[in-house]
Design a protein around this ligand. Structure first.
Ligand code: C2E
Ligand code: MG
Ligand code: MG
Length: 628
């Protein structure tokens, strides 16, 4: 029996070493790590029991019970290895958070425990004969079968989920599990060859390569759970299909915090802020957890929707004034919103892209955002999904708004404006779509759909009625080095001539630092396309530089149109009109809503007028009948 003990001593050292290293590195956050630690502790206990149970000079009854507990712990290792595999295969939550799957998983172990505790009466698993000599009972195989069952099931789950892991990881873990199974088989046939614990130790040594470090779960700056934990948690919750709530809070004045107090104090304040939020959410729902998503955005996940909603109502009203040192109070400006999942948001992707971009779309106070959320929040949560689908089905439509030429006394052109009809949310406006699409790169695909649809409509229905069409182009499209050539090629394929298109770009895109934008604009101008400056007056342009550019139309933004004083003097605007007329540009006013303003603009020398006075943007058919 001696060599047997050497195996166990070696195993003991490995278990002890692994446990110590986990505690030293504080690697017990996260489900996988927790299960792993549990396996180690259970294995260590089984190991000790195994060693003590082999001391043959002990009392037989004592040996009997030591062995009984050894079996119980031994099989617990197998069951925990199953949970470990289930966690790797991302099904752990599906098993443990539902009654029946959990019961079915635990059942074999429970059966084993029951048989072990009736074993003293019927000796069906094992017995000690005087000597003492260990002998197996007729049902000893049950203990082994339970072990094989768990480990084999885990192996299957790991292999099925192999695509979501590194190949090396799947390979190592699979080998470890196969080893574990073969050790049990050896043990079953060669009773005295007690290598099992050593093999278990080797298995765990292999698995220890995949212990995740605390950095993967915890954000060091705030001490909250990390972005990765957040995505894991919500994808599991979407998987389970239960309702849950997510509260998002962003600190808006982080840069002020850093500028005023320096890096160290800013981190300290941010941590304090996080603790404050954490306290509030825990008070509302003990099971709620706080995450830091980066970019000053915090998220709290509430397993109970109503508790989260109530907590949100409170938190969004609150002022966060923190005083770290007596003379350094800081007032946090925050914005927040609350999502009911899966009602407001159906997938992890939507939630992630929403939580990292919706704050960019809004500015100002909590109140403003709140109003915004109520109107648009639901659409925003879904926007990723909606746009993805609309791009795939080319479901976008274009509305057309006529442009009136004062000099010719007729509609000489129209602007194409993007719309998206959603069966649930109704018409979604470009003010929502464009910034979002620019943020996530979808603008390129959307831009191409706009070109395709507008070219098709112009050639088939508008040619002969209008001189040209005005199309909005995002700076993000212009950054794409292939933009000009693909537009030119597409126009050719539709038979659209360059003079039939005017591309609207913003002031900043017209005076870019980016060579690709410059390259695209020159290529388009060279090919005969004309450029209009959209929303003039909203940027901070260098007017003299703008005047140097080869621009056909300057479109004054609605905010300038609104500045026009009906009775007063509009010298400034008149001056601008003169300046740009002098450079050969035409002047258009956007957002003209009344006849008074239109007449005034006529007197002031404007060339074109666009606005509700003539017509709001209309769908193709309505627009055509308007022209007729
Ligand atoms: P924009 O190019 O300045 O378009 C004019 C906007 O003013 C349109 O809003 C139009 O409906 C609105 N408007 C026109 N006349 C009046 C008026 O008399 N009063 C008021 N209050 N508003 C008026 P819309 O359609 O919501 O588009 C908003 C912006 O979205 C556009 O501003 C443009 O920058 C962008 N956009 C629209 N379609 C596209 C597109 O296909 N591609 C890109 N990149 N941007 C687009
Ligand atoms: Mg425009
Ligand atoms: Mg405009």
């Amino acid at each position: 029996m001696d060599f047997v003990l050497y195996f166990d001593y070696a195993a003991f050292l490995i278990f002890a070493f692994l446990i110590a290293s986990i505690f030293l590195k504080r690697q017990f956050v996260g489900t996988g790590n927790k299960i792993f630690l549990a396996i180690l502790i259970v294995a260590l206990i089984a190991n000790v029991l195994d060693v003590v149970a082999s001391l043959t000079w002990l009392d037989t009854t004592l040996l009997f019970w030591l062995n009984t507990f050894f079996f119980a712990f031994r099989c617990a290792i197998a069951m925990l290895l199953f949970f470990y595999g289930a966690n790797l295969g991302k099904v752990f939550h599906k098993i443990t958070k539902r009654k029946w799957p959990l019961f079915i998983t635990l059942a074999p172990y429970l059966i084993l425990i029951i048989t072990l505790f009736i074993n003293p009466f019927n000796k069906m698993i094992f017995d000690y004969l005087p000597g003492p000599t260990y002998v197996r009972g007729p049902f000893a195989w049950i203990a082994y079968a339970v072990g094989y069952g768990y480990v084999t099931a885990a192996l299957v789950i790991i292999l099925l989920s192999r695509k979501s892991h590194l190949k090396s990881q799947v390979f190592a873990v699979a080998v470890a599990y196969v080893l574990q199974i073969s050790a049990s088989i050896v043990q079953f046939f060669v009773v005295n060859m007690l290598v099992e614990m050593l093999i278990t130790a080797t298995t765990l040594l292999t698995l220890s390569m995949y212990i995740e470090s605390p950095e993967n779960f915890i954000d060091y700056k705030t001490g909250c759970r990390s972005f990765q934990s957040f995505t894991n948690e919500i994808s599991q919750r979407f998987d389970l299909g239960n309702e849950f709530g997510v509260m998002l809070i962003q600190i808006r004045n982080t840069s002020a915090l850093y500028n005023l107090y320096g890096h160290k104090a800013a981190i300290e304040y941010t941590r304090k802020f996080a603790r404050g939020i954490e306290e509030r959410i825990r008070k509302a729902d003990r099971a709620a957890l706080l995450y830091y998503l980066g970019d000053s955005v915090f998220a709290a996940i509430f397993p109970k929707i109503e508790l989260g909603e109530a907590c949100f109502a409170k938190v969004s009203q609150e002022k966060f004034d923190l005083v770290l040192h007596e003379d350094m109070p800081f007032h946090f400006i925050t914005v927040s919103c609350y999502a009911h999942c899966p009602k407001d948001c159906r997938s992890t992707e939507s939630m992630v892209s929403f939580s990292t971009s919706f704050f960019d779309l809004t500015e100002g106070s909590v109140l403003k955002l709140e109003a915004y959320r109520q109107e648009q929040g639901n659409v925003l949560f879904e926007l990723d999904h909606i746009l993805e689908k609309a791009i795939h089905n080319k479901a976008f439509s274009l509305y057309y708004q006529p442009i009136y030429s004062i000099k010719e006394g007729r509609y000489n052109s129209a602007e194409a404006l993007l719309r998206l009809e959603d069966p649930i949310f109704g018409t979604i406006l470009p003010s929502l779509i464009i910034p979002y699409a620019e943020n996530c790169g979808k603008i390129i695909d959307i831009g191409n759909i706009v070109l395709e649809k507008s070219f098709g409509f112009f050639v088939s229905k508008l040619r002969g009625k209008l001189d040209y069409l005005e199309l909005n182009v995002s700076p993000l499209q212009l950054i794409d080095p292939g933009f000009a050539s693909s537009l030119i090629a597409m126009a050719k394929s539709f038979g659209v001539e360059a003079k039939e298109i005017i591309l609207e770009i913003t002031e900043s895109a017209a005076m870019p630092d980016d060579p690709s934008i410059q390259g695209n604009i020159s290529a388009l101008v060279e090919a005969g396309y004309r450029i209009a400056i959209d929303d003039f007056g909203t940027g901070f342009s260098n007017l003299s530089r703008l005047a140097q550019l080869d621009i056909h139309i300057l479109k004054f933004d609605i905010s300038i149109t609104r500045m026009i004083d009906k009775d007063g003097r509009n010298e400034f605007i008149l001056g601008l009109i003169k300046l740009f007329h002098g450079k050969g540009m035409k002047i258009l006013f956007e957002g003209v809503e009344s006849q008074d303003i239109a007449s005034l603009l006529d007197k002031m020398g404007a060339d074109y007028i666009q606005g509700y006075l003539y017509s709001p943007p209309r769908p193709e058919e309505v627009f055509l009948s308007l022209l007729d």
